[in-house]
Design a protein around this ligand. Structure first.
Ligand SMILES: Cc1ncc(COP(=O)(O)O)c(C=O)c1O
Length: 414
């Protein structure tokens, strides 16, 4: 039971006195409900969940063992605040080992994060005054824009479209927006499109940022999860550190989503401002987790092994979807396969039409218990995540065969 006046106290940014009263159901809740209903309706058909953006396996034993060991040390018991030298040094070394960025000063250019999401939520408070713009990409991970709007900022959405390889067209941003923009957020390899940025594009982005006095935030949550070539960092562009920070996370690259550990690296003044905001928001990640994170970072072959698994699964999923008539192209990294949703599906003379990715995604869960995430911001797409539960290569192949079997009965029109 809530006191009646509490309803009158909510800030406008979360709905004011209408907070909690909306009956709108949001995308992820719709997916959750559809999965539950479909599983109840067809209890004999196993749910194939390709919606979740979380690794299907645990952190590697070496990392878990470090946590066990470090958690028992009295020296690690207290508030870490912005400290944890071992993790900072490991992060700088990781930038050198994995991305060939050799000039990171671990003391002034690195601070750990309790996951990249928290960094994205804090950065607007460092830079955004009411009326200032942030440049975001759509579809995308909206956290920084949401927080910018909370404090009176404005969001300009740059479209990610297949015609431009899911890279934003920087020249298309209106000049009055550019004039008021302070932060541009990029995320490559990208969630949800799976697209990778070329170094050429990063160089353009750095030049654009410099020319227009904008800070670049490259969300590198999937940067080392790549299937070919070498991982790309924005700092491979000469001079990028003048204007950019990169957000690295161990969540996806080391199967450590629940551990909440990552780091911010780059321009020392931006890193310092993040550190000040962080100091006023959290008291740092448990040092034992930081030590385990340092072990992970010192073993980048873990990520390579994880990426190999996703690459193998991508090949299988791409083949299964293309066999059913989809136009699926294997991305160069991440674990996301982004494909155009069909306009209709026909089986036994009965046609179902889809006016959105969401309509198709709901239908696919309901009829075939295959869960995806729809994206309708720029065209009608669904995102398959190859994080489905399958232990070992035989199980992965069986999963792909089962996906192909479930889709084979339909005639899809695109
Ligand atoms: C693009 C992107 N950025 C950031 C995050 C959050 O990562 P973390 O677990 O480090 O907070 C995610 C997680 O899904 C993501 O997809």
């Amino acid at each position: 039971m809530s006191d009646p006046y509490i309803q009158e106290l909510f800030a406008e940014r979360i709905g004011g006195n209408q907070y909690g009263k909306s009956t709108a159901i949001y995308k992820f809740e719709k997916i959750k409900r559809a999965k539950k209903a479909a599983s109840e309706a067809q209890p004999d058909l196993a749910l194939i969940d390709m919606g979740v953006g979380e690794p299907d396996e645990m952190a590697f034993p070496l990392v878990v063992e470090t946590l066990q060991h470090e958690a028992a040390k009295p020296a690690n018991r207290g508030y870490a605040d912005n400290g944890g030298d071992e993790f900072k040094k490991a992060a700088a070394q990781y930038m050198s080992d994995v991305f060939a960025i050799h000039d990171i000063d671990w003391e002034s250019e690195v601070i750990h994060s309790i996951g990249s999401k928290t960094v994205l939520s804090m950065l607007p408070a460092c830079f955004i005054n009411p009326g200032d713009y942030v440049l975001m990409t759509v579809p995308g991970y909206p956290v920084l824009g949401t927080h910018a709007k909370y404090i009176g900022g404005e969001v300009y959405n740059m479209k990610l479209e297949a015609a431009n390889n899911f890279l934003p067209d920087l020249d298309a941003v209106p000049s009055d927006v550019v004039a008021k923009a302070k932060i541009m957020v990029l995320n490559y390899p990208n969630n949800p499109t799976g697209a990778s940025a070329t170094l050429e594009f990063f160089a353009q982005a750095v030049a654009f940022a410099k020319a227009n006095n904008i800070i670049l935030v490259q969300d590198a949550a999937y940067a080392s999860l790549i299937f070919e070539g070498k991982p790309v960092s924005i700092f491979q562009v000469p001079g990028a550190k003048d204007v950019a920070i990169e957000l690295h996370s161990l969540s996806k690259s080391y199967n450590m989503t629940g551990w909440r550990i990552g780091f911010v690296v780059g321009n020392p003044l931006i890193v310092k401002a993040y550190g000040d905001m962080k100091d006023n928001s959290d008291s740092g990640q448990f040092l034992a987790i930081q030590m385990a994170g340092a072990t992970a970072l010192a073993n980048p072959q873990i990520t390579e092994e994880i990426a190999e698994k996703y690459s193998r699964r991508m090949d299988l999923l791409v083949a299964a979807l293309n066999h059913a008539g989809f136009q699926a192209n294997k991305p160069q990294g991440s674990f996301f396969l982004y494909v155009a949703a069909p306009k209709s599906a026909t089986v036994a003379g009965k046609t179902t039409e889809f006016d959105s990715g969401e309509a198709f995604s709901q239908w696919l869960i309901t009829h075939e218990l295959i869960s995806t995430v729809p994206w309708d911001d720029c065209g009608n797409f669904v995102r398959f995540s190859v994080t489905f539960a399958a232990k070992g290569e035989t199980a992965e192949k069986e999963m792909a065969t089962e996906i192909a079997r479930r889709l084979a009965k339909y005639d899809f029109i695109f």
